[in-house]
Design a binder for this molecule. Structure first.
Ligand SMILES: [Cu+2]
Length: 281
């Protein structure tokens, strides 16, 4: 385990079919995957060697009973303790990686609320406390400083994020269970109705990344794609200010959710498929 950890620090380790991770969180996950894969190769290779050795070394040569080695205390302790140590080691590295991936430090560089719905995505960039984004659906909320990006089925909405800073995503669903998956970030999470889950992305470089829904959520699930566009912080600020100016000067330009999709407010009637109803059905 120690050798593997040192090896991973050398960073020329293959990715074993996984994305290297375009965020710090995705990179952490990638390192965990490399660790597991290498540990698996080492254990698997060792077991294979033992099998081959036993097969060829102990081929039947005579009718004589071979020497019996059961109840060898030291050997039994060894082959019990070593696997336990391996599992404990993998568990510890998993917990450390999970804590890193799940961390949501205060004061992120940007906050985006993501609503999944049948069959598309809404990305909200709150203007400030009490803005329309902060209290979706509230009649008193000020919608004038809330930048929204909405797209469904073939429209593939784009979530713009800045690089080199924590971007906090607050994710939920407006109807049924969806999955928020960005393959190149090595990240997937349920979008649940009636429950908001928060996580961070810290994009390592600019680029365009595809995203998609990973839970079978109805008729057009297979078209529930989105894009993530990582841009420099100054480009992000310019983009956001331009969008905010557009919202202020042309309030009617704010995209609307398709009719029939709830706004996600907890004050909505129980006819909406909120968490309790969903699981109680
Ligand atoms: Cu979906």
């Amino acid at each position: 385990m120690v050798g593997t950890a040192l090896l991973l620090a050398g960073c020329k380790v293959p990715n074993f079919g996984e994305y290297p991770g375009a965020t710090t969180q995705g990179k952490t996950e990638n390192h965990l995957w490399q660790l597991f894969f290498i540990a698996g190769l080492v254990v698997g290779g060792f077991v294979l060697l033992l099998i081959l050795w036993a097969v060829f070394r102990y081929r039947r040569k005579s009718e004589e009973m071979p020497k019996q080695t059961q109840y060898h205390t030291l050997m039994e302790i060894t082959y019990t303790v070593v696997p336990i140590l391996i599992v404990v080691g993998l568990f510890v590295f998993t917990v450390l990686a999970e804590n890193n991936v799940d961390a949501t430090p205060p004061d992120p560089g940007a906050t985006i609320t993501v609503h999944a719905f049948q069959w598309g995505w809404e990305f909200e960039y709150p203007g400030g406390p009490g803005s329309g984004c902060a209290n979706p659906g509230s009649p008193t909320a000020n919608q004038n400083d809330c930048v929204k990006v909405i797209g469904q089925t073939t429209q593939n909405p784009t979530m713009v994020i800045p690089t080199g800073t924590e971007v906090q995503i607050n994710l939920n669903s407006l109807d049924v269970l969806h999955g928020f998956y960005v393959p190149q970030f090595n990240f997937s999470r349920y979008a649940s109705p009636g429950y908001t889950t928060s996580f961070d992305f810290n994009a390592l470089h600019t680029g365009d990344f595809r995203g998609q829904c990973t839970q079978l959520c109805g008729l057009y699930h297979s078209l529930m794609f989105f894009n993530v566009k990582a841009v420099t912080q100054s480009k992000f600020a310019t983009w956001l200010h331009a969008q905010q100016a557009l919202v202020k000067s042309h309030p009617s330009s704010v995209p609307k959710l398709p009719s029939g999709v709830s706004t996600g407010s907890s004050t909505n009637s129980s006819s909406n498929n909120q968490g309790g109803d969903l699981y109680g059905d």
